[in-house]
Design a protein around this ligand. Structure first.
Ligand SMILES: [Zn+2]
Length: 173
């Protein structure tokens, strides 16, 4: 079953491997994050980086700038993180923004705030943004950073009633 985000390419690094998003563009230039996906055939060898060997889709980061490839993965998020570790080292230490508004003035304000707190030029190179997500919404989404890079989902669990009670209780200790 083809992956919904995939674009089949015939001149990619390996025949049959699809660039998931975004297209890597011309070789050369600065390093950037691209992810490939492909369908594993039953019985294909699975390196230890593939956590779910029985899952049919495999992912791998591919740098459109220098051609660096990450390890094979069974989770798209892991491949995106590999690509960001390669092209944008230090991204894990950058601030976590609020949940991204969908559109309009709120989105403009959110993007301006991200540009103000992230390193100068970061988003112009296609760097990722770290953004708060609701539970189950942790997929790293391409194109949702201010410059078109990945939005890296940081899931914030709602505090459980139990932990809320503990916090409230401690206020009166
Ligand atoms: Zn590179």
């Amino acid at each position: 079953m083809p992956h919904e985000m995939s674009t089949r390419v015939t001149n990619g690094p390996t025949p049959g491997i699809a660039i998931t998003h975004p297209l890597p563009g011309e070789p050369g230039g600065h390093c950037r994050t691209t992810v490939c996906s492909w369908t594993a055939e039953p019985g294909d060898p699975a390196p230890p980086t593939v956590k779910q060997p029985e899952y049919h889709l495999r992912y791998r980061s591919l740098c459109g700038g220098c051609g660096h490839t990450g390890p094979d993965r069974s989770e798209e998020n892991a491949a995106v993180e590999d690509g960001c570790d390669h092209a944008f080292p230090g991204w894990r230490e950058l601030p976590v923004m609020a949940e991204r508004p969908y559109a309009g003035a709120a989105l403009e304000r959110w993007e301006a705030e991200a540009r103000a707190v992230y390193p100068a030029g970061w988003f112009d190179r296609g760097g990722p943004v770290r953004a708060t997500r609701r539970p189950m919404g942790g997929r790293h989404v391409p194109g949702y950073a201010p410059g078109g890079g990945y939005s890296m989902g940081v899931v914030r669990e709602r505090p459980s009633k139990e932990s809320a009670r503990r916090i409230q209780g401690s206020l009166f200790d």
